[in-house]
Design a protein around this ligand. Sequence first.
Ligand code: ADP
Length: 627
Amino acid sequence: MKSFKTQSKRVLDLMINSIYTNKEIFLRELVSNCSDAIDKLYYKGLKEGISGLTRNDFAIKIKVDSEKRTLTISDNGIGMTAEELESNLGTIAKSGSLAFKTENAEEIKADDISVIGQFGVGFYSAFMVADKVEVYSKAFGSDSANLWVSKGTEGYEVKPCQKQDNGTDIVLYIKKDTDDDKFSDFLQEHTIRSLIKKYSDYIRYPIKAEVTKYKDLTDDEKKEGKQRESYTEEETLNSMTPLWKKNKSEVTDEQYDGFYKDTFYDYEKPLKHIHVSVEGSVNYKALLYIPSKTPFNYYGKNYEKGLKLYTDGVLITEKCADLLPDYFGFVKGVVDSELSLNISRETIQQSRQLKLIGSNIEKKIKNELLDMQKNEREKYDEFFQNFGLGLKYGLYSSYGLNAENLKDLLMFKSAKDGKFVTLKEYVENLSKEDKFIYYGTAKTVDAVKNLPKSESLLESGKDILCFLDDVDEFAIKMLGEYQGKTFKNVLSEDLSQNDDDQKLNQENDGILQEIKNCLGEKVAKVKLSSNLKSRPVSLSSEGEITLDMERVLSTMPGGVEGVKAQKVLEINPNHAIFEKLKKVYLEDKDALKDYAEILYFSARISLGLEVDNSAEMTDKIIDVISK
Ligand code: ADP
């Protein structure tokens, strides 16, 4: 008996005593080795013009012998010579799958096994479920066959054996059941069937198994109470051609939708599917879906984004997160790429190709969404209603790094008609002289319309974007401007000042200063603004921090205290209240403080801002009007 190299032994030991729960992937590994072996022979045949090798003759077969507790996986591929058995299976370091680990074999710890298992563990995964493995193999074109046999870490033997045809039979002697693992499951027809469906459905060669079937009973037989007779029949367990590898014209909407529902467990059909086939600097096919409803935990911490990743029809991982940016995390789908053969399955994560595919997919999604926005507006509105918030967070959380990708996808409700408008549409309606994109922050469109200065803006024909989500203003700060137009909060202090107001403010400096003194630190300034139209009083802000930003920051978990807006109390000089104030200022300076406080309080309330002294203030109002 030959022993494995020390490094190999260590890895093998881990595999055998694996605490790794996903033992079932051994079947995926062995089946994909079979598929590779057939590929090799098929291509050799093509290259060397060997006759008699037709694609239809190739198959992978699975056979169960419950009595002997064996599971046999066979292929009629290229096979291995004695030397190849020795070098491919005798030294783990030679195996592509584990090469990366053996370099650091000293550091391999028990829990590393989950890292290995994530992408594939190769041939040795057989030892997770079997205590003895036999490999009968006959290389194509060779006269003799050989048997490689091993019971695990002890070592292995290679000796001549009898085998009729080229290819490889791998016989697994399935382990006895333990308290933790029911290995017998792997001898069950339905387990095999479901594992093949789950992991290897799209392998390009048929995976056949003898399955049990039952003869139908005639009515008479049923009456007699006869039991149905069973018989076995060879059946192909995999569908072989995945939907995404077909031409778009070959696939119906129903098939697209059905695949989505089956694969991603959604009851609703998707809002849209995106079927792409890319050839060039990267090669991949993808079938992507936008769900029609927001997944219940989409905005929660535990939501896991990702696409199913296949290479060459073999499932590598259920959720490859690297393929999607967070803000497109709602996309479900499958990516199949012929990643170059020398990339072993584990290192795919870091692969440059994968990154390229990811950024390519990102572009595709963006373009599809823009296309939907242009040509299927109702659908896009629905999409944005569900996932727009995530796009805005994407813009905000990347400090605007994703601005180019996201800015054209954004929409806000228009104060004019309550419908969604894109930034582009808003700007298209502006004249050359217009410098600003106006927005108002509030809970509803009506509340934005009711903001003090909305009235005069809307009357002058301007539209106002309604920022209804807390993140909106922060996200837009990351953009700063759009097509040369600056974003402007309608509650900014410097919103459309006119010369008359300036004069008026100078003339009334005394009273305004006095009101400011009454309010102390609460406001930075008090001024007269005739653009308040019918409203008596309002608050605005100067500088970077707006009133709404102050509100949002103070309500954030772990609150950002002390970030304050520089508030300006604005009084309408055309409202009766101004005459009253002037009177009080001249006649009863003490009473002016009450008036100032009531004005400030009312302004806050009318903007929906929080007040912390409501009882005191309402009493004050009653006092004043009782006089
Ligand atoms: P990987 O497939 O990642 O290279 P494995 O440990 O699964 O690593 O397999 C090691 C090698 O053994 C393969 O690269 C291949 O050369 C050979 N091999 C495994 N299974 C078969 C098979 N069914 N037919 C022919 N060669 C095989």
